[in-house]
Design a protein around this ligand. Structure first.
Ligand SMILES: [Mg+2]
Length: 190
């Protein structure tokens, strides 16, 4: 199968160092568990959106980003089973470079760099599954959506939209296996 996966807060924990950078610079931030919505400026009204998003353009921040538990192991196992892994990330050009240099290459060396697709409209990309913490990326695509659980998407009714919610990478792995079984069945009936 072609497995598409998001990076930020799916493969790696961006939120923790991002909030730490805001705490260090401005003395305001939120613990990861309290970031319960996409609209982060509404959670931190003391700061302007520019102040909030500025750390994402800093190479120093990206150097402190680490993978989420089990992400590298699960993706490496899936690659070893013959699946093709493609990263689909909605990033600025600048951020994409830092993300590749400090996260993808050191922690996910089995994913070739030319398997990184920078796109904000992920529905334009074809694949069998997409693993992503953003429900808006999973709706309307040709892929089976696997919603990577996070406080900000917990209120989203994943099942009602045909998505599978995975609370960690072990559950992502299982959801991918189920999608593979479903795809094989579909292939043989057709
Ligand atoms: Mg994400």
């Amino acid at each position: 199968m072609v497995i598409l996966t998001d990076m930020d807060d799916t493969m790696e924990d961006l939120l923790t160092p991002w909030m730490a950078a805001l705490a260090e610079r401005w003395g305001v931030s939120k613990p990861r568990e309290e970031v319960d919505r996409w609209d982060i400026p509404s959670l931190l009204p003391e700061l302007t959106p520019e102040q909030i998003y500025a750390p994402l353009e800093s190479e120093e921040l990206w150097a402190s980003v680490r993978p989420l538990p089990g992400a590298a192991e699960a993706l490496e196992q899936l690659a070893g089973e013959g699946h093709q892994i493609y990263v689909v990330t909605a990033s600025s050009f600048q951020t994409a470079q830092f993300k590749a240099k400090h996260v993808l290459i050191p922690y996910f060396p089995f994913i070739p760099i030319d398997h990184v697709i920078v796109a904000s409209k992920k529905q334009m990309v074809r694949g069998d599954v997409l693993i992503d913490d953003g429900p808006h990326n999973l709706l309307g695509g040709t892929y089976q959506g696997i919603l990577f659980d996070a406080p900000h998407n917990r209120a989203f009714p994943a099942k009602a939209h045909g998505l599978v919610r995975a609370k960690d990478w072990a559950e992502v792995y299982d959801a991918v296996q189920d999608a593979a079984v479903f795809r094989n069945r579909r292939c043989c009936i057709w």
